[in-house]
Design a protein around this ligand. Structure first.
Ligand SMILES: Cc1ncc(COP(=O)(O)O)c(C=O)c1O
Length: 339
C-alpha cells in the first residue's frame, strides 16, 4: 500500500509494508555497516537457530509527528539497552546503542511519508529485531545474525484506545521463574498465544498473567505492564524478575512522582488485593495507557473505576505521557530524540 492510500485516521495495529527497512549482518564476529533496503523478505538457512530454538529478540518503539512538523522518537536508547540485555540472555551479539538509535532515525526518515500526521492519534511503530541465522542443527548459539528494523503506521493496539478494557486472569504462564520473562524474546510470546486466544474468545481484551512461582501476584497484562492507583493516591506497578521491564512503565513511575506528585512504587500486587486500587491500567508502547475496566479472576469480576469511564489520575498520566511523545508537553531531559 502506498502512503497516499492510507487512512491515517482509522489505523489499527496491523502490518503495512513501508518503503525501506534497515538491515545489518553479523559474520566473523562483527556487524557490517548496515544499509536500507526495499526487500522485506529474508532469505535464511533452514538450519537457523532462530527458527528452531527461538534464538531471537525484538523491540517496539514509536516515532511521533509534532505540531511544528518535526519528528520525535521516544527513548530509543532504552530500547537499545533492553535489546542488549535480551541478547546477553540468549547469547546473541549486542547492537551498540548509537548504531541502534542511528538506524531507527534512518528508517523513520526513509519512510517519513508513512508517519501519521499530528492530530490523528497515530504514530510510526518501529520493530527492531535480531535473529540467529546460518547452517546449524545442534542446540547452540548461531554464528551469524541479522539485525533489522522495519516500520509501519499504527493506531491503538486495543480497539477503541483510551476506553476501559476488561481482562481475564489466565491459568497459563508466559514465562518461568528463572526463565526469559524479563527479556523481549519470541518464546515468551509464542507461550502467550493460546492464553490470548482463549481470553478473546471469552470477549476479554487479553489475558492477565500471574507470577509463575505462586500464581498469586499480577505480572503482565497481555503485552503490557500493569499499574494501579491506590485509594491513597499511590501509583503501584508489579516488581518481578519475570516481567518485561517496560519503558512506558518506568516513564510513568517518573511522571507519577515528578509531574503528578504521587508516591510511585514497584511492589507486589496480589490478585486477591484488587480492592486497594481505585483505578488501574495497562501500559506499553503499543498499549500506551489502556484503562482497565475490570478483571475476571475465576468466578470473581472486579471493577476498578468504571467499565465505561476513565479515572482522573489515569487520564492525567495519559495526557502527560502522550503530550510528551507528541511534543506538546516539555519532556524530562533525554527522553526525546529528534529525527
Ligand atoms: C510482555 C510485555 N510487557 C510489557 C510491554 C511494554 O513495554 P514497553 O513499555 O517498553 O513497550 C511489552 C511491550 O513491549 C510487552 O511485550
Amino acid at each position: 500500500m502506498s502512503a497516499k492510500d492510507i487512512d491515517f485516521n482509522n489505523l489499527g495495529f496491523s502490518y503495512i509494508k513501508t518503503d525501506l527497512r534497515y538491515i545489518s549482518y553479523w559474520k566473523d564476529g562483527k556487524w557490517d555497516d548496515g544499509q536500507l533496503t526495499e526487500d522485506n523478505v529474508l532469505h535464511i538457512s533452514e538450519g537457523s537457530p532462530s527458527l528452531h530454538y527461538g534464538q531471537q529478540s525484538f523491540e517496539g518503539l514509536k516515532a511521533y509527528r509534532c505540531k511544528d512538523g518535526s519528528i520525535n522518537l521516544f527513548r530509543p536508547d532504552k530500547n537499545a539497552e533492553r535489546m542488549q540485555a535480551s541478547c546477553d540472555r540468549l547469547l546473541m551479539p549486542e547492537v551498540p546503542t548509537d548504531v541502534f538509535v542511528e538506524a531507527c532515525k534512518q528508517v523513520v526518515k526513509a519512510n517519513e511519508a508513512y508517519l501519521p500526521p499530528y492530530g490523528t492519534g497515530g504514530s510510526l511503530y518501529l520493530r527492531p529485531f535480531i535473529i540467529g541465522t546460518g547452517d546449524n542443527i545442534g542446540v547452540n548459539a548461531a554464528r551469524e545474525y541479522i539485525f533489522s528494523i522495519f516500520c509501519m503506521p499504527v493506531g491503538p493496539y486495543f480497539k477503541g484506545g483510551m476506553t476501559p478494557h476488561n481482562f481475564v486472569v489466565s491459568s497459563y504462564d508466559r514465562a518461568a521463574p528463572n526463565g526469559t520473562g524479563a527479556a523481549k524474546v519470541g518464546g515468551n510470546y509464542a507461550a502467550s498465544l493460546l492464553a490470548g486466544k482463549e481470553a478473546r474468545e471469552r470477549k476479554f481484551s487479553d489475558a492477565i498473567y500471574l507470577d509463575p512461582a505462586t500464581h498469586t501476584l499480577i505480572e503482565e497484562v497481555g503485552a503490557a505492564n500493569f499499574f494501579g492507583i491506590t485509594e491513597d493516591d499511590e501509583f503501584v506497578t508489579p516488581l518481578s524478575p519475570s516481567i518485561l521491564p517496560s519503558i512506558t512503565k518506568y516513564s510513568l513511575l517518573y511522571l507519577a512522582e515528578h509531574r503528578l506528585g504521587l508516591k510511585a512504587t514497584e511492589g507486589l500486587v496480589p490478585i486477591d488485593g484488587l480492592e486497594q486500587f481505585k483505578e488501574a491500567g495497562a501500559c506499553g508502547t503499543a498499549a500506551v495507557i489502556t484503562p482497565i475496566g475490570g478483571i475476571q479472576n475465576g468466578d470473581d469480576f472486579h471493577v476498578f473505576y468504571s467499565e465505561t469511564e476513565v479515572g482522573p489520575i489515569t487520564t492525567k498520566l495519559y495526557d502527560e505521557l502522550v503530550g510528551i511523545q507528541y511534543g506538546d508537553v516539555v519532556a524530562p531531559d533525554g527522553w526525546i530524540f529528534k529525527v
